[in-house]
Ligand binder design. Structure first.
Ligand code: ZN
Length: 92
């Protein structure tokens, strides 16, 4: 793993921890930093990171806390508290 990828992984952990203690805005900052870093380094974000962040409001999503996850005919639908929905193929 290169340095940028390690930093992104670290930001992922920090974002999750900030969300656990209820600091949603700080979690967003980590999410944005990681996205900028990935863009600059031309890296793709880890799949878990992409799935558990909101594309619209940059929130770090925790199902049951600030997001709902539903399985629906072959798809997983993740709904953020801001109303934004993302869907993914079920088995990927
Ligand atoms: Zn959102």
């Amino acid at each position: 793993m290169n340095v940028a990828a390690e930093r992104i992984e670290r930001l992922h952990v920090l974002a999750r921890e900030a969300t656990v203690v209820g600091e949603a805005e700080r979690a967003r900052e980590y999410v944005r930093l990681a996205r900028r870093l990935a863009e600059r380094q031309r890296l793709s974000l880890p799949r878990d990171f992409r799935r558990f962040t909101c594309d619209d409001c940059d929130a770090f999503l925790r199902p049951g806390r600030n997001a709902r996850v539903r399985t629906r005919s072959g798809h997983v639908v993740v709904t953020c508290d801001c109303g934004s929905q993302a869907r993914y193929p079920y088995d990927e």
